[in-house]
Design a protein around this ligand. Structure first.
Ligand SMILES: CSCCC(=O)C(=O)COP(=O)(O)O
Ligand SMILES: [Zn+2]
Length: 217
């Protein structure tokens, strides 16, 4: 059987012991989809999949994530170090480590740089509030469009350990992931399919919010 082109054709069970080959195939498929949706301009973004309690698969640094092959996905430990000497994981690997350490249920993490996330986050202080949209129900525990979902916005920082320290205090309160200002979003889920649904949901809602703000001007 051919591997599905879309991550939405993936099984939706959470697996704590994904093989490296399966993880790489999921990441390649997810990268293609995020690229088609405009979330991965240039060499932006990074994608990962948990392999076990202390290992995960992540994209190499610097390549285009829309044209990944399985060889572009490498194995790292929760300390962010590549398992194989010479492999260079994503520059933002520590942000993935932080989520996997803090969220035992997180099995897949997606980071993209959409236009909506990049622009909107430059015009808010520290939070984007999503409210009034049916699609909010894609996020775990959300049952109504009337809820106000707070998405934290952190200042961008080239010092990733410092950025991670700023993110840490709010990690318990991120039903829809988080945004880095002028940079992009981080979302995760109990499998790749759920992580992708949350990515698409968050991006759709950020685009709606940006449009609303432009119309209100
Ligand atoms: C041109 S994108 C700048 C780096 C970045 O923000 C990103 O998401 C990609 O970095 P990586 O090291 O994962 O390729
Ligand atoms: Zn980035």
């Amino acid at each position: 059987m051919d591997w599905p082109e879309s991550p939405f054709a993936l099984p939706d069970h959470a697996s704590g012991s994904e093989t490296m080959a399966d993880a790489a195939r999921e990441i390649v498929a997810a990268g293609r989809r995020m690229d088609r949706l405009g979330f991965l301009p240039a060499t932006a973004g990074n994608l990962s999949r948990r392999l076990s309690s202390d290992r995960f698969a992540i994209t190499r640094s610097g390549g285009h994530k829309g044209f990944l092959t399985e060889a572009d996905v490498i194995e790292v430990g929760l300390d962010g170090q590549a398992v194989r000497a010479g492999d260079r994981p994503s520059a933002e690997t520590l942000l993935h480590c932080q989520i996997y350490e803090h969220e035992p249920e997180a099995q897949a993490i997606l980071h993209g740089h959409s236009l909506a996330a990049t622009v909107l986050s430059r015009f808010v202080r520290d939070t984007i509030v999503l409210e009034g949209y049916e699609v909010q129900k894609v996020f775990a525990g959300q049952t109504t469009h009337t809820a106000a979902i707070r998405v934290p916005v952190f200042d961008n920082d080239q010092d990733i350990p410092r950025l991670a320290r700023n993110v840490a205090p709010l990690l318990n309160d991120m039903p829809a992931g988080y945004v880095i200002r002028g940079h992009g979003v981080y979302v995760w889920g109990p499998n790749m399919k759920s992580a992708m649904a949350r990515m698409e949901g968050l991006e759709f809602l950020l685009a709606c919010t940006l449009h609303e703000r432009s119309l209100a001007r």
